[in-house]
Design a protein around this ligand. Structure first.
Ligand SMILES: [Zn+2]
Length: 119
């Protein structure tokens, strides 16, 4: 990446940070959208242990939820399936963090460059 001598102070540091972020994104595994949820529930049987005092709830039931065309889609998972998907979901969360940081760097760049329109 080339820079001019008149670049604003801090540009080199920002460029280095951006290069680190893009390298981490390139090395990231598949980013699976959605999240894992573990729910414990009560059933409809009043004599069941889930209505006792203290209650022993059913579950936890694991599910993977994600948005598809603005609707929440839920898949019930076994523990083994959840264990397999968790690292992919973690990748997606890390990707979102890195994108947020890239956006913050871009905002900083614009705010410190008088030639650009100010947000
Ligand atoms: Zn019950």
């Amino acid at each position: 990446m080339t820079r001019t001598r008149s670049a604003p102070v801090g540009t080199a540091a920002i460029d280095r940070r951006r290069a680190k972020i893009t390298a981490e994104i390139a090395a990231l595994g598949p980013p699976l959208p959605g999240s894992l949820v573990a729910r414990q529930t009560r059933c409809g049987n009043p004599g069941c242990r889930c209505h006792a005092d203290p209650p022993q709830l059913h579950g936890p039931y694991l599910s993977w939820t994600r948005k598809v065309a603005n609707k929440t889609v839920t898949r019930t998972l076994t523990q083994d399936q959840a264990d397999q998907l968790q690292p992919l979901l973690d990748n997606a969360r890390r990707l979102r963090e890195l994108i947020t940081e890239l956006e913050a760097l871009a905002l900083h760049h614009v705010e410190h460059n008088p030639a650009l329109p100010q947000p």
